[in-house]
Design a protein around this ligand. Sequence first.
Ligand SMILES: [Zn+2]
Length: 104
Amino acid sequence: MQSITHEDQFRFAYRHVLGEVAENPRISGVEIAERLAAVLAHLEAEEEHRTCRCGRAIVMPVGATQWVHDTRDRERGCRAATFTSSGGWDDSNPRSWTAKPAKP
Ligand SMILES: [Zn+2]
């Protein structure tokens, strides 16, 4: 069981681009930024998107084996995904719920 955050994806892209820099040390900063953006865009394009049983958008990142909510912190838990700094958590779903596609 593995969940993959935005930070994990950035680390993957960074390592990939570092490999390119090792092969081509004269690469410019702009080229590095463009390649980083391209790798991240590719990872995002390959993600699978669904609607969670809690009604929120969820995503299966490339290489992950667990669904996460499509939020900044990619929470597994449905309640955690409802957090806002102004309103706190929404307790309308069971605390035990984690991201899982809704039944069609
Ligand atoms: Zn959910």
